[in-house]
Design a protein around this ligand. Structure first.
Ligand code: TXA
Ligand code: MG
Length: 338
């Protein structure tokens, strides 16, 4: 195991072929490569290499029953991993790939149980980031890649975040700058006739034509808010995620500055993520306008609050619609008591 990862800068608009070939060779040799994607950075290993995938779980300290997403270059890569590609999966892939949508399908026999978490299904996506896509195309591999954070930490949106969590355990980090979207992919169960939303993301429920009443699981307390994500059908959503050390307060819309000013009373060091002016005595971390902009800065702000050792972080809510549904899902989880 290397003491520190090799770090290579790569231009996201014109990835250097030698760097891509280097990453492909590390993966083919059973190594771990942190890859930029359009959502967040992933910790990649060859999906067919059980030993390499075990190293991913060990590096992240991830529970073994929480399966990984397999990244492939194109829809043929999906067909190779799936027992069957349903008409729904084919249609969603044709519409949204490459892009931030993960499809759960029945798994082909022969995939290591390490990759699927022992389930008979597998989660697959074609990422839209030129660097990730180039590595997948050149290597010809299916690459199992969870977010490249230590389990329970916010997902990484920069190479620095990856190094902070996993610098001692990853062989190579490709640094292509900040992840453009900033929240993880939408996960959809595509085994039936209609998509079932397991995790909200940048491909929205509205994009998928989902009637939110129908996507929710009425047997579950949070079903209306979170679709099926809390119902246990997506194993990863059972765990508390995205947890900053700094206590997180979610303010109502237009209420961020006031809540932060109150929290800062008595000299407490309070950070604020909200559009508009930062009140005196409060530390402004980001001023995103709208849900897309908040998605892009949220995880970095959670990490920054911890790095600064703040007493509290206030994040102002956005509308629970479109990508705002994904942002509010991550915020609720991060704010939930341990
Ligand atoms: O945007 C993303 O999806 C990023 C980048 C790197 O691609 N990856 C990512 O992976 O977020 P991870 O491991 O942090 O999240 C994978 C999610 C978990 O909630 C996991 O439980 C779910 O996908 N998942 C994986 N396989 C599944 C399956 N067979 N059935 C249901 N859910 C599954
Ligand atoms: Mg993750």
């Amino acid at each position: 195991m290397p003491a520190t990862a090799r770090l290579l800068r790569v231009d996201p608009l014109a990835p250097d072929p030698a760097t891509i070939a280097d990453a492909a060779a590390v993966l083919a040799g059973g190594g771990l490569v942190a890859l930029p994607t359009e959502t967040v950075y992933g910790l990649g290993a060859s999906a067919s290499d059980a030993d390499a995938v075990r190293r991913v779980f060990a590096a992240k300290r991830r529970p073994a029953d929480n399966p990984l997403i397999c990244h492939v270059a194109d829809v043929d890569g999906l067909a190779a991993l799936a027992l069957r590609v349903t008409p729904l999966a084919a249609e969603l892939a044709a519409t949204w790939w490459p892009g931030p949508l993960t499809l759960v399908v029945d798994a082909a026999p022969g995939l290591p149980a390490e990759t699927t978490g022992g389930l008979d299904s597998v989660a697959v996506r074609v990422p839209a980031h030129p660097v990730a896509l180039a590595v997948l195309r050149i290597s010809g591999l299916a690459v199992a890649a969870p977010s490249a954070n230590r389990s329970g930490r916010p997902s990484p949106t920069t190479a620095e975040h990856v190094l902070a969590d996993l610098g001692g355990e990853v062989d190579l980090v490709l640094d292509a700058g900040p992840s453009p979207i900033g929240v993880e992919s939408t996960v959809v169960d595509a085994r039936g006739d209609r998509p079932v939303l397991l995790r909200p993301g940048a491909v929205t429920a509205e994009d998928l034509g989902l009637d939110l009443e129908q996507t929710s699981d009425p047997t579950h307390e949070h079903a209306t808010d979170l679709g099926a994500a809390e119902s246990g059908r997506s194993p990863g959503t059972r765990y508390r995620h995205y947890a900053p050390v700094t206590p997180l307060l979610v303010a109502a819309r237009d209420g961020g500055a006031e809540l932060a000013a109150q929290a800062a009373a008595g000299g407490r060091r309070v950070g604020l993520v909200a559009p508009g002016a930062v009140p005196p005595g409060v530390i402004g971390l980001a001023a995103p306008i709208g849900a897309t902009a908040l998605a892009a800065v949220l995880f970095a702000a959670l990490r920054r609050a911890d790095a600064l050792g703040l007493d509290a972080l206030v994040v102002e809510a956005v509308d629970d619609a479109g990508i705002g549904r994904a942002v509010m899902d991550r915020l609720r989880r991060a704010a939930a008591p341990g």
